[in-house]
Design a protein around this ligand. Structure first.
Ligand SMILES: Cc1ncc(COP(=O)(O)O)c(C=O)c1O
Ligand SMILES: N[C@@H](CCOP(=O)(O)O)C(=O)O
Length: 465
């Protein structure tokens, strides 16, 4: 199994090369040449198995035989030993046919920990084997950054630079990035929004001289290994609810389209999923696209769900590739149009393809607050604002025929101000993060200029000598 670029002009790579490359050299995103498929019998056999067992079975086909089985299994066990819940991604029932999949039991209280803990171990393995170092850059709207810093802090073979939008993340999110004392960690507050940060990261990847000089690697969901790791919890959850002998629907709070694309991959691998529901906040480019067939950027609004304040939804490119019959020239044309005129149209055929599996909805700020309040009153369950968007839209898309699972992507304590204003409750941080808000912060503030950021990185990377 090798990996091909959605833009069709970069060399196909093996698993470890795609892992270290992050973004393809033609600006595209790597996807497996074909989707591995599990039979119903194989999926049924996951019943009663641990999260780690399922992860090993689901992920092994993607590694292309490049990692010995016992080593890969050891990485999975180590990665998920960092989780505070033995099930890793437990389910909570919130209604007759509705469930919440809690993905926030990792070290930084966001679903990003699920993939990031494994990714750091995979990268260490690949770098060690090659005797190489890497410079990791990542863009964050709040959660990816903290999870990446936690997973990579102190690792000898990597330096990590995380770009976050200055004054646009929650105080807890900021401190998860700025209070690390590890010498290989650098938090950079960029005077702009998340899309500016993501554009800078992509521009660094497209600057071949810089990319090669610093041995650039990425940890955003443009990196295939991030998506891959997130496929697992769709399997564990579906099986817990009667899959594969019953169809399950999932509602996913969506920004960069990584988490929901992982659900699509699970479906392509043979998991019977009824519908994948895209849930957006007022930055609703994806919901508008599904309705009109036009992917069109508008300016970004700051909301109480800052991690989803995104316009350029990177992983939509992976779905576009599938929806266009893997015709890379159509993806290239769409991305060129996005660059030139801030939008592109999805063909009727491609839109039909997307609508077969996906639904979409948006929640206003008022609806988010009301969902937090009402869910607490009705069920005693406290939602964070991102998950509340999912629950609000899930409620509208529920069907009596199949369970609806909303992905709980963050712990409410990451967003105390919004949660308190909606519910009156001040959610406490877990004990292991108790000192977070009083630790000393360390970060640099930079303009959203490629050369300034590249120069900062060039000056701060360690050589390993
Ligand atoms: C809490 C939270 N929910 C939802 C999302 C959206 O996930 P994705 O970007 O994979 O669509 C993010 C960030 O990406 C997040 O941090
Ligand atoms: N919401 C994300 C944005 C980056 O997404 P990624 O999944 O591509 O890393 C965040 O919290 O940083």
């Amino acid at each position: 199994m090798d990996y091909i670029s959605t833009r069709g002009e970069a060399p196909a790579l093996g698993f470890c090369d795609a892992l270290l490359a992050g973004l393809a050299r033609d600006g595209g995103l790597y996807v497996p040449r074909e989707w591995p498929v599990l039979t119903k019998k194989e999926i049924r056999a996951f019943r009663g198995k641990s999260y780690q067992d399922v992860a090993f079975a689901v992920l092994s086909p993607f590694t292309n035989g490049e990692i010995p089985a016992d080593v890969f299994r050891g990485m999975i066990d180590d990665a998920y030993a960092t989780f505070r819940h033995p099930a890793v991604a437990p389910l909570v029932q919130t209604g007759a046919n509705s469930f919440v999949m809690e993905l926030f039991h990792g070290t930084t209280l966001a679903f990003k920990d699920v993939a990031m803990q494994l990714l750091a171990r995979l990268m260490d393995y690949a770098l060690e084997k090659r005797g190489q170092r890497a410079t990791i850059v990542g863009a964050t709207s709040g959660d990816t950054g903290g999870a990446a810093i936690d997973a990579f802090a102190g690792r000898e073979r990597t330096d990590i630079f995380i770009l976050f939008p200055h004054e646009k993340v929650s105080p807890v999110q900021q401190r998860q990035m700025t209070t690390s004392t590890a010498a290989n960690v650098h938090a950079l507050a960029i005077k702009g929004n998340f899309d500016d940060c993501q554009n800078l990261v992509k521009a660094m990847f497209n600057d071949a001289a810089f990319r090669d000089r610093v041995k650039l690697s990425g940890v955003n969901s443009i990196n295939w290994a991030r998506i891959m790791a997130q496929v697992v919890y769709y399997f564990t959850t579906a099986v817990a609810l009667g899959g594969p002998d019953r169809k399950i629907s999932f509602t996913v709070p969506t920004g960069n389209f990584g988490d929901i694309f992982a659900g699509y991959v699970a479906k392509r691998m043979g998991l019977p999923i009824e519908k994948l529901v895209i849930a957006t906040n007022e930055n609703d480019i994806l919901a508008r696209m599904l309705k009109t067939g036009r992917y069109e950027m508008r300016s970004v609004k700051a909301t109480t769900s800052p991690s989803m304040d995104i316009q350029i939804s990177s992983n939509f490119e992976r779905l576009l590739f599938e929806a266009n019959g893997r015709d890379a020239s159509k993806v290239r044309a769409a991305m060129e149009s996005l660059k030139q005129s801030n939008g592109f149209s999805v063909s009727e055929e491609a839109l039909k393809f997307i609508k077969k599996d996906f639904r979409a909805g948006r929640a206003s700020e008022k609806q988010v607050a009301e969902t937090i309040r009402k869910t607490l009153a009705d069920t005693g369950y406290l939602l964070d604002p991102h998950t509340a968007i999912g629950v609000f839209i899930a409620n509208k898309n529920e069907r009596p025929s199949s369970p609806m699972v909303t992905l709980a992507t963050a712990h409410p304590a990451k967003f105390p101000a919004a949660v308190k204003s909606a519910s009156g409750i001040d959610p406490a941080l877990p004990t292991w993060l108790a000192g977070l808000m009083t630790r000393e912060e360390r970060f640099d503030i930079l303009d959203p200029e490629l050369k300034a950021v590249e120069s900062f990185i060039g000056k701060h990377i360690r050589t390993g000598e």
